[in-house]
Ligand binder design. Structure first.
Ligand code: LMR
Length: 338
């Protein structure tokens, strides 16, 4: 006979069962939330920083107690290369890295570095929304990564200690670039010396004149104060800084279905927010740099621009086999508008 069937013990058993249920429910209620560390190399007020913070805000609001998001800006944890390794090791769960820094994992995404390929951010967006562009989000799948979306920063300018008006002005000078063979080829075509360095080192390299120049967006020029340590800015708009937001396939596929679906929606909304910030900052941060009055800003004449295009565009041919002509054609088509 079970002890619980005895009248004297019945009350104790009922109380025990209720206590066990309460304990079990309590256990479920206090189950640890899914911890998500989101690492990137820019400041909180950059398009990438604002995307990460929006993701934290929306994810924690929509999934209270189920997820907790920590954002680590300004390369506090890792630079881009380190963050890609840390993602696979499970030390972090989300990164937004420049597409110029992923060539080790796929050659196809090098398309975003081809000089004078996209005429503006709208063209980039059309390409990213095309079947070819959407397919590229999966280009790193086999390597353990999952692309959750693209994010803009802006069009690139060239800066230097001396004026850059025609391609030969860059000849013999040292330019910091991201870890991209296309960007290296672009500077070699100019007769310049490309120096691959992480973003976190750029300010000091410029300040100490270890390099002569670099290329970046208005937003990065302002938020990282590069304009303080360069005299000349040429509005080349020759390329783009675009990001891919990555997670690890094993982390993402291991999430409970309902949490994953909500986080995917949150990511879509966070990217839309970040893209708006990018558009606003491309104008507002340009104005801040201009108003600071420290730089000579060079606008290229049509004739000068044609010279830069003439020297740099042959780089496309060099990388056509690695990237795929079909992708390049789709990107060129995206310039024509809807
Ligand atoms: C760089 O120059 O490395 C950047 O454009 C990095 C970034 O994330 O914007």
């Amino acid at each position: 006979m079970s002890v619980c069937s005895r009248a004297s013990m019945r009350m104790i058993c009922v109380v025990g069962a209720v206590a066990t249920m309460a304990f079990t429910n309590l256990g479920a209620a206090v189950a640890a939330p899914v911890a998500i560390k989101f690492s990137h190399v820019l400041s909180n007020d950059s398009p990438k920083g604002q995307t990460a913070l929006k993701f934290k805000e929306l994810a924690e609001k929509r999934l209270p107690g189920k997820v907790s998001v920590e954002v680590f800006p300004s390369a506090q944890l890792y630079n881009d290369a380190g963050s890609l390794q840390a993602l696979l090791l499970g030390d972090i769960q989300l990164v937004a890295v420049s597409l110029s820094n992923v060539k080790k994992y796929t050659k196809k995404l090098q398309i975003f570095d081809l000089p004078f390929l996209f005429k503006d951010l709208e063209a980039v967006e059309r390409f990213q929304a095309s079947p070819e562009g959407r397919g590229l989000l999966k280009a790193m799948d086999g390597k353990g990564y999952m692309g959750l979306g693209y994010l803009h920063n802006g069009m690139k300018l060239m800066t230097a200690n001396d004026p850059l008006r025609i391609p030969s002005d860059a000849s013999g000078r040292k330019f910091r670039i991201m870890s991209s063979d296309v960007l290296a080829a672009q500077y070699e075509a100019l007769g310049a010396h490309p120096v691959k360095k992480p973003f976190s080192e750029v300010f000091t390299l410029l300040q100490t004149k270890a390099i002569d120049g670099q290329e970046n967006t208005w937003s990065n020029m302002w938020t990282k104060k590069f304009y303080e340590v360069q005299d000349y800015i040429t509005e080349t708009n020759h390329g783009v800084v675009e990001y891919i937001i990555l997670t690890s396939s094993s982390f993402w596929s291991g999430l409970p279905e309902d949490i994953r679906a909500e986080l995917e929606q949150v990511m879509v909304e966070s990217i839309a927010h970040g893209n708006n910030v990018a558009r606003t900052k491309a104008v507002a941060d340009r104005k801040k740099v201009v108003d600071a009055g420290r730089n000579t800003i060079i606008k290229l004449t049509d004739e000068q621009r044609a010279q830069w295009v003439g020297v740099m565009r042959p780089v496309w041919k060099q990388f056509e086999d690695q990237i795929g002509k079909n992708l390049i054609d789709a990107a060129v088509a995206a310039n024509s508008g809807p």
